[in-house]
Ligand binder design. Sequence first.
Ligand SMILES: [Zn+2]
Length: 188
Amino acid sequence: MYPEGSLPASAVPAELLTLNARWAASVTNFDPNFFPNSAKGQSPREYRQQFPTNDLSSHCVLQFAINGPPDANHVIVVGHTSCGGVGAALNAARDGDPILPPLDQWLAPLVERIKKLPDLPNQTLNNVTKESVKMQIENVCNSDAIKSIKKTVYIHGWMYHLENGFLEDLYLTREIAPSGGGPAPGGN
Ligand SMILES: [Zn+2]
């Protein structure tokens, strides 16, 4: 894609995607059932998939990371296929299925977002997961950590495919330049 040594800063994740494809192919070569098995169920896996506006822990991690090494200028929001959390949010938004506390609070913003999608009865889990990635990117862009950056950063949206190990670029990348103070439009 780019000649050796001429990678622009915005293309670094492209290199990661290339390495991911190599890794996924080698894992499949070693164990053809690895990814099909990992796509079968989501337990016991971390239940997160979100960057909520009010979650101090996430915001502190982002602030610390983005103000670390000078070349730390990429934030990658990664959703994954067959997500139990997004599935529960979709079922709650579409069918009114209950979600047990405190997960109901954790997923409430996502449930509200899903309710606003057009043609809700026919929304697929993958489509809703992409919507969730979009939402988390918006939350990242509106965070204090990103609003106070002193360098240009790139926020990317990817999907990790449990069924084959591949990372998919959802082409949601946003380039955020330092604003020079003052909250960004749409922030709070
Ligand atoms: Zn998940």
